[in-house]
Design a protein around this ligand. Structure first.
Ligand code: ADP
Ligand code: MG
Length: 353
């Protein structure tokens, strides 16, 4: 049974005179013991989803099942006991400035009415677990961002939740600190068996630790599945845009402007995966058609253990040659996106940059 299940969850907010949907009939099953990523552009509804799962907000419609119990309609004691199964971590840590590190971690245990002896030993265990024993008497202001997030994670784990909900937990951190916080989250899953919902706009965080990912776009889940599948064979435009944005290809194309020297040329964003990432597919295809290619940008990144090669290429030729190029690339397993930067370029460009 999935530990978190969302069934047709809808949340509306007042928007001027009317209402708009921040979430529209969202369905999601989070497998116990997995790390489930939720990605999407800013404004997609990610934080709203987290607030509905944690019942910081009540969905307008639908059910949120935690271990089979509906949190969306729970009240009183049922709500409190269901909430105890959830720990929440935010981007901005939300630590209490007037409390020491140890007292911040102790807070949920105090609220739960635990005995002082028990609180003390639990806090010591958690400090050890997140590697902050030597900082227990200092205040949050004296800590680095990464250390603060470790405190927030320890606090969220204090009541031994089954699920950790994290909203952009690494987005305020530098890359090195991000890696160590992601490692900690992975340990929390591997060693403590806690299921994790990782909400982020950082694809690298998803690549690093998630098993599954769901893509949220304008309040709808447009795609979900194992990370390798979604990232290597994206089925939705939103995922393609996220992958492209991650690689800065569309911005690059925007700066280059319309390839107007060649009325019959296009910018193609081409993604290769797996062993193919280092293959010579592009050259094979170039040799077998009449189109001319110019590579504007190319890079290879790691996706789990797979290579992910991406290129921005200007291809010129007849309409039929351009179609053949795309067909042949796709037949070789590449994901091909036509970039049309001039349609939404912030400035008018004549000719090449
Ligand atoms: N409290 C609120 N009142 C009104 N509109 C909101 C509120 N919270 C979020 N929204 C709107 O809902 C949409 C989704 O927001 P949010 O969940 O914060 O997105 P994300 O976390 O993906 O950036 C946005 O259009 C946002 O403006
Ligand atoms: Mg957000």
């Amino acid at each position: 049974m999935s530990v978190v299940q969302l069934e047709d969850v809808t949340k509306r907010y007042r928007n001027g005179d009317g209402w708009s949907n921040a979430l529209s009939a969202v369905n999601l099953s989070v497998e116990r013991g997995s790390i489930q990523g939720i990605i999407g552009f800013s404004g997609a509804g990610k934080s709203t989803l987290l607030r509905c799962v944690s019942r910081l907000e009540k969905p307008d419609e639908g059910r949120v099942l935690i271990d089979g119990a509906d949190l969306a309609s729970a009240t009183g004691r049922d709500l409190r006991s269901a909430r105890r199964k959830l720990g929440v971590v935010f981007q901005q840590f939300h630590l209490m400035r007037s409390r020491t590190v140890a007292d911040n971690i102790a807070l949920p245990l105090e609220i739960a009415g635990e005995r002082p002896m028990h609180i003390h030993s639990r806090v010591q265990d958690l400090l050890g677990y997140v590697g902050l024993q030597d900082k227990q008497h200092v205040y949050p202001a004296q800590l680095s961002g990464g250390q603060r997030q470790r405190v927030a994670i320890a606090r969220a784990l204090a009541t031994k939740p089954a699920v950790l909900l994290t909203d952009e937990p690494t987005s305020a951190l530098d890359p090195e600190t991000t890696a160590s916080v992601l490692d900690l989250l992975k340990r929390v899953r591997d060693e403590l068996g806690v299921t994790i919902l990782l909400i982020t706009h950082e694809l690298n965080a998803v690549r690093a630790i998630c098993d599954y990912v769901a893509v949220l776009d304008s309040g709808c889940i447009v795609e979900q599945g194992p990370v390798e599948q979604v990232f290597t064979r994206p089925m939705s435009r939103a995922t393609e845009r996220l992958l492209g944005k991650d690689l800065h290809l569309s911005q690059l194309a925007t700066h280059l402007g319309k390839p107007s020297d060649h009325p019959d040329s296009v910018f193609l964003e081409i993604h290769f995966f797996g062993a193919d990432a280092t293959d010579h597919i592009l050259f094979d295809v170039a040799r077998s058609t009449d189109a001319t290619f110019s590579i504007l940008h190319a890079q290879i990144v790691n996706l789990n253990r797979l290579g992910h090669g991406s290129m921005l290429v200007e291809v010129s030729g007849t309409v039929s040659a351009l179609a053949t190029v795309q067909d042949r690339l796709r037949a070789r397993g590449a994901n091909v996106v036509i970039v049309e930067p001039w349609q939404n370029a912030p400035f008018t460009v004549s000719g090449h940059a």
